[in-house]
Write a protein that binds this ligand. Sequence first.
Ligand code: GDP
Length: 436
Amino acid sequence: LPVIALIGRPNVGKSTLFNQLTRSRDALVADFPGLTRDRQYGNGRVGDSPYLVVDTGGLVGGEEGLDSLMADQVWQAVDEADAVIFLLDARDGLNLSDEQIAERLRRSGKRAWLALNKSDGQDTDAIVADAYALGLGDPVPIAATQGHGVTSLINRVLADFPAHEEVEAEKRAHKGIRIAVVGRPNVGKSTLTNRMLGEERVLAYDQPGTTRDSIYIDFERDGEPYTLIDTAGVRRRSKVSETIEKFSVIKTLQAINDADVALLVLDAHAGEVTEQDATLAGHILESGTALVVTVNKWDGLDEDQRNWYRNQLDRRLPFLGFAERYFISALHGSGVGDLYKAVKTAHRSASIKVGTSELTQLLEKAVHDHQPPLVRGRRIKLRYAHQGGQYPPVIVIHGNQTSRLPHTYKRYLNNYFRSALKLVGTPIRFEFKTGD
Ligand code: GDP
């Protein structure tokens, strides 16, 4: 999955471009009450090609103090990205900060594209010449607010990367269900990874290309193949002294995208479910990866503390109701073996294939049990359903006036299909088509 970082001075339009590049997420956020949008990392796609965008926040020239702290994060993001879009402001023209950023970008050797934002209604000839002089190639004129030029920009950026099919083929080289163990620092990912691998037969592990890459470890359990995507860098550290690997959000998001099933590890000793936990959960939803909620460090808690934590899960992660929860101790090993059953169930659910006639019959039954409402004297009609995709399962429903279907009825359909198809550990996405 190509990772694209957006950089530039404050107010050049990075967040606007970020929103344009990740627009599909608005629908997702609306589908899952309680979920908030991550404003820094987002998935997007043009045609069949997915990508990950990082909004780095503003870079000011001549960094000192706090600004240079910010800058460190920005350049770390650049370092981890595969490509950079450097935004310029066609209204303001170029200034010293732009030149400094360009200079550093050139030295980084990172593939970079210049986007000349706010190009609408401007005579850009002079600034195009200035931008070209930055030594980063031809600037692409865009207007992020209206979305002008954005598709052409992203297509140019993505042209450098292998086609999606090639990536999928490489994925299939690993035979087993791909499991990503993800979570914020210190929740116990390494401990869990070691525990899982310590008990099984490890067949092979890949050497990562760069520090950003996760390691893929093939192993067997009860004769069945699995691949563990190690974001914690367990197998990279040869000595105990090389303890903590720098936490990388990008690496985590890559692993989620690459996996069939994510084990979202939460820390029951930490007390609260944090914003970062919720954000990661949101990214798992966004990617369509199946999910098992894995609450770690369940040892050493009394019944009150456990109830309190269960409550936290309901309150802070209400949108994860579709996933199974496991309470484990990676340290002592309790509950770890049970995770495999949950992984298999979630994987089966997310990759299910259902024929059109079966789905249509289920739809007819659902409608028979509980009719959609009348709108302006006419009943909303749902005629047939077919499957539109996997990871997560997409159910496409055709009918009349479907755009007027109330939220409560959609929720009813969701619950109906979920229980009829026995789907656990994956959301279902509905698309409604209308004949009028
Ligand atoms: P990572 O950063 O997510 O990889 O977390 P680590 O696996 O390095 O664990 C962080 C700390 O939590 C270490 O001190 C572990 O010993 C401890 N820890 C991990 N799992 C458990 C557990 O199940 N119970 C308890 N009590 N501590 C744990």
